[in-house]
Design a protein around this ligand. Structure first.
Ligand code: ADP
Length: 333
């Protein structure tokens, strides 16, 4: 689930520098120190793991780092690297001080992951030349090929930035090869408001502070949602020829079933199942009845409900808290 914003390119809205990136002050400080130290020593930035829920800015921070360093950025997604040769082919052509970004690094195949161990630790890439595509690349860059014995080449100094929404699933050997881990935190309402105002300016969409706050309150502490909600409001206003007033914003969110606390129809169905069952419900049963994956429940729906005190995790399953009972009192989910 990535950016689904059309019209104004998401890349125009995405912060381009640390000063443009709202919040995460300590995390930005750590990253800019790493960048400064690397620049001063003419080295690549130390391998870094960025962790935190989806939509908090991991990809954005990695792009800002590449921009700050003036280096090339090679972006990949862990789940797409099904075979070691896919990663080997990408690593074989990196240049000095490149940043290699692997999103959702915990979802990488274990055999592929092993390629990273010696690449990160010793700067070595071992491959078996019968892998055709890689063999062609090796030949093209003058490193020969054709033999079927494993070959090892020395890689230029590079930085691996891994991003993960599930740090617990990053294997110990991989985790130990990162010099630093930076954990991103959920945004406060004030920070989200600032993100919304910044994004609205970039979109040349005029909104008041009150409207920005209305959006921020519905954004579940997540930057991506704030930008997504703002984009929806802009489309809504354009389509109806309305100004972005508080009333228009409320209508726009009502149409999308997003309530004033950021709860969606899906959240209410989730809570309704717990409230009507009135006993612990297993994650598998919740996923089946909501027609969602367990992963989506765990990563997207539950963190906010847990943080806001609507539910708790019991030993026998999920349990509704008083706040959920109050929310659903007399409300059709
Ligand atoms: P992640 O990689 O953690 O899933 P992204 O970096 O893709 O998150 O961020 C999602 C969107 O949210 C970006 O396109 C960007 O516009 C916006 N965004 C994220 N963090 C911030 C921030 N701190 N300030 C302003 N905008 C942000």
């Amino acid at each position: 689930m990535k950016d689904n914003i059309t019209g104004n390119s998401i890349n125009q809205i995405r912060p381009q520098s640390f000063s443009d990136f709202v919040g995460q002050e300590q995390q930005k400080e750590v990253l800019s120190i790493l960048a400064k130290a690397a620049k001063k020593q003419g080295k690549a930035i130390a391998h870094t793991l960025l962790s935190g829920p989806p939509g908090l800015g991991k990809t954005t921070l990695c792009r800002i780092l590449a921009e700050e360093m003036g280096t090339n950025l090679v972006e990949m997604v862990g789940s797409n690297l099904e075979e070691p040769k896919q990663l080997q082919a990408q690593l074989a052509v990196i240049r000095e001080h490149d940043i290699v970004f692997i999103d959702e690094i915990h979802s990488m195949n274990r055999n592929t992951e092993e390629v990273l161990y010696s690449a990160m630790e010793d700067g070595l890439l071992t491959y078996v030349p019968q892998m055709e595509s890689l063999n062609e690349i090796m030949k093209a860059i003058g490193l020969g090929g054709s033999s079927t014995r494993a070959k090892t080449i020395r890689l230029p100094a590079f930085t691996l930035i891994g991003a993960t929404t599930l740090p617990g699933l990053v294997s110990a050997p991989l985790r130990s090869r990162f010099v630093t881990t930076v954990n991103l935190e959920p945004y406060s309402i004030d920070e989200l408001k600032e993100i919304v105002i910044g994004a609205a300016n970039k979109m040349k969409f005029s909104i008041s502070e009150k409207v920005a706050e209305e959006i921020a309150r519905r954004s579940r502490n997540t930057a991506r949602l704030a930008v997504g909600h703002l984009t929806w409001l802009r489309e809504f206003c354009f389509a109806h020829g309305h100004k972005a007033t508080l009333e228009t914003a409320r209508q726009a969110f009502l149409l999308k079933d997003i309530d004033e606390n950021g709860l969606t129809k899906q959240d209410r169905s989730y809570l309704s199942m717990l409230v009507t069952t009135n006993a612990p419900v297993g994650l598998g049963s919740l996923a089946a009845s909501l027609n969602e994956s367990i992963q989506t429940l765990e990563q997207t729906i539950e963190p906010f409900l847990l943080r806001e005190g609507y539910i708790r995790r019991g030993t026998r399953g999920r349990v509704a808290e008083q706040k959920a009972y109050e929310l659903l009192k007399g409300v059709a989910a």
